[in-house]
Design a protein around this ligand. Sequence first.
Ligand SMILES: Cc1cc2nc3c(=O)[nH]c(=O)nc-3n(C[C@H](O)[C@H](O)[C@H](O)COP(=O)(O)O)c2cc1C
Length: 210
Amino acid sequence: MTMTEQRPTTEALSVSEAIQTRRSIRKYVQEPMNQDDLHEILRLASLAPSAWNAQTWRFAVVQNPELKARLQEAAYGQGQVTNAPAVIVVYSDMEDTLNTVEETAHPGMGDEGRTGQRKTFNGAFGGQDTAQRGAWGLSQANIAFGFVMLAARGLGYDTVPMLGFQPDKVKELLGLPEHVQFAGLLPIGKRAEEGFPHHRHAVERITKFY
Ligand SMILES: Cc1cc2nc3c(=O)[nH]c(=O)nc-3n(C[C@H](O)[C@H](O)[C@H](O)COP(=O)(O)O)c2cc1C
């Protein structure tokens, strides 16, 4: 364990345990989120990979009860938004990514790396409009969205991914710019219901082996 890693306050699950015990939970124990755990979940999620290390994802954490109530309205009244002690909003901000792209060049590559990173992104996205490059940014943020769910479960928390909400209303509530794109809302807390067991395609149904 290095200096930057934090010890979780609960015993961490293995990756396999986290995947197998994750299920969508819509009723939570009514207690505030442990803020250290919350931070650790976001730190773990931020270790997700992305093309050219672009890290297009951004997080907004809503714990304020009034704001959660307004978020619930924007989510067609879905009860899990206010039932959870916190809601992590995962979105991509491709414009911020492009404006600050040198930050994502690995420091080991020095000035050359930073210049190269700028050239790469200008070449790839310079000819695209905001919506086109925003879609690419979202594809990267979706990876982090998955990481948040598993990091949360790994530390003993539960979540439910949500796309059932009005994006423009959520942008307005959180003061986010028009160009951002949402991976989803993620109510998070300790489970107070069991949820549904997994119902999934068999591997053979969804896989071709060559
Ligand atoms: C991108 C995405 C959007 C979803 N949106 C909603 C939603 O708005 N409301 C909801 O109750 N569940 C939502 N779900 C949860 C799914 O219904 C759930 O993940 C799926 O049925 C599988 O169940 P499980 O998560 O318990 O394994 C969403 C899931 C995903 C991945």
